[in-house]
Design a protein around this ligand. Structure first.
Ligand SMILES: O=c1ccn([C@@H]2O[C@H](COP(=O)(O)OP(=O)(O)O[C@H]3O[C@H](CO)[C@@H](O)[C@H](O)[C@H]3O)[C@@H](O)[C@H]2O)c(=O)[nH]1
Length: 470
């Protein structure tokens, strides 16, 4: 029996799109079996268990394999990505064992791993299985990462010490080094070493599958395909098969009560509510939370805002183990009362896909995590881009300056956003006939077209599956 093995990074922002890829493969090639290796989560970024349980119980051709836990060595790196790379590197013997065990009953046609899992390419090659990369974020980020070894070779200092602008192949304009993902800025950080290893390994894979679609990022996809991102060697085939997002729109499991935020949205006028939500790791200081509240209040707009506790220590990663936020102490005095007729604050987590697809939602203030971006595009909801961490500033530049489906949230030098800026951007976003709304709706159609018969993402998927049988 033929099987495909998927190896995601086990955090929500990476897991879902890869499982959705598995589901898409099954839709068009139902004779295949999908096996998914799940390493224990390196840090808490929202629970993945309900999603895994629902896929397991509804799709019999998808089997999850839990890898044993490994002990991570102490690290001085402050980047959560370091934990992920370490976890994956140390898991290679377990991955080897799992692939051998799956091979006893299946012919593994391809082993597809997240870009944080490239250490497992060596396992694939030992076992003579074709190893592919699944890239969960934008093509512009892929272009940068593939190009990063070239920048590394041509510079001797850490990027943080180079006061310069970088051209990214396929980018709309040069970007300052401070807009690159933080782990790439310091050559002496372990995370930098891991990213460099991954960037060097990706072109050696049998192909890179990207969660994007051609009409969203034509410039970046073209640059990569033309070999500009890997100037000193071959670029493997690139398969843009997105948007791969969770499609369940109800936001609650059968039998469970409908979340309050959805019943509240039912009572609001069409497209009148701005939704503010910042991914699985987005946290603000108490000062910034208060400033957002003042801006929202002054904007006069209806809002639905997901609020989390501020980071408890500098590099806190344990979002979901934090206690529920105490809204009265975090938000300005009387704010909840004064805005109760037109605003709702949700603690910690909201069913984002269901919210974005609700008819009352007309705008989205987002950290530019790629899943959030794709979810907004598919729901036709224009954005205000407020990047916070990882590659989000690269996504922002593309969305604001190139695709023009988002407005920028301008920050001061120290990264603080004023209430005036929040007020202004939210107002601008919620205007009925602004051009970013029109462009977002056109992009929604583009996403639908890409996934339909003859569309670019469907064609890419067919080519990918064909590559397994040759
Ligand atoms: O209250 C919440 C918060 C998040 N989500 C969901 O959680 C996912 C979050 O994914 P994403 O928007 O991509 O953000 P991150 O969790 O921050 O994702 C990580 O992975 C992404 C894909 O690689 C990167 O683009 C991000 O920068 C990186 O931080 C999305 O599906 C959201 O719908 C909810 O349902 N409710």
């Amino acid at each position: 029996m033929a099987a495909i093995v998927l190896y995601p990074t086990p955090v929500i922002g990476h897991l879902i799109s890869m499982v959705e890829l598995g589901k898409l493969i099954l839709t068009h090639h139902p004779s295949l079996n999908i096996h998914i290796l799940i390493a224990p989560a390196p840090y808490n970024a929202g629970s993945t268990a309900p999603y895994i349980a629902s896929v397991s119980s509804t799709i019999p051709s998808i089997t999850f394999h839990n890898l044993p836990s490994v002990t991570l060595p102490p690290t001085t790196s402050s980047h959560h990505e370091t934990l992920t790379f370490e976890l994956i590197r140390l898991n290679n013997p377990n991955v080897h064992q799992s692939l051998l065990s799956i091979s006893k009953t299946h012919h593994i046609q391809a082993f597809i791993m997240d870009a944080f899992c490239t250490y497992a390419l060596s396992v694939a090659s030992e076992l003579k299985i074709a190893g592919y990369i699944f890239f969960t974020t934008s093509a512009i980020t892929l272009s940068y990462l593939l190009y990063h070894p070239t920048i590394h070779k041509n510079t001797t200092k850490s990027l943080k010490d180079l006061n310069t602008l970088f051209e990214i192949p396929g980018g709309v304009a040069p970007i300052p080094s401070s807009d690159l993902p933080k782990p790439l800025l310091d050559r002496n950080d372990k995370a930098y070493e891991f990213f460099l290893d991954s960037s060097i390994a990706m072109p050696k894979s049998a192909g890179i599958i990207v969660n994007t679609f051609e009409s969203l990022e034509p410039r970046a996809i073209q640059a990569i395909s033309d070999g500009l991102s890997v100037p000193d060697g071959p670029t493997p085939p690139i398969y843009c098969t997105g948007p791969l997002i969770v499609t369940k729109r109800s936001g609650h499991d059968e039998g469970n009560a409908v979340p309050e935020c959805l019943t509240w949205l039912d009572l609001q006028p069409s497209q009148s509510v701005v939704f503010l939500c910042f991914g699985s790791l987005g946290l603000f200081s108490i000062e910034q939370l208060k400033e957002i509240a003042i801006g929202l209040e002054k904007s006069g707009q209806r809002f639905l805002w997901v609020v989390r506790n501020p980071p408890s220590e500098k590099h806190s990663l344990a979002v979901s183990t934090q206690p529920e936020p105490d809204l009265d102490s975090l938000l300005p005095k009387g704010f909840l009362d004064r805005t109760k007729e037109r605003g709702l604050v949700v603690k910690s987590w909201a069913p984002q896909v269901a919210v974005l697809n609700h008819n009352s939602v007309g705008g989205f203030v987002t950290h530019c995590g790629w899943n959030s971006v794709l979810e907004a595009v598919c729901a036709g909801v224009p954005m205000v881009a407020w990047p916070l961490y990882a590659e989000q500033k690269l996504n922002k530049q593309e969305l604001v300056e190139d695709v023009k489906i988002a407005l920028p949230m301008n920050k001061s030098e120290d990264g603080f956003v004023s209430a005036t800026e929040v007020e202004k951007r939210v107002r601008e976003l919620m205007e009925r006939d602004n051009s970013i709304r029109e462009k977002t709706l056109a992009m929604k159609d583009g996403a639908k077209a890409a996934l339909s018969e003859g569309g670019s993402s469907r064609v890419a998927l067919t080519k990918l599956v064909e590559s397994w049988s040759t």
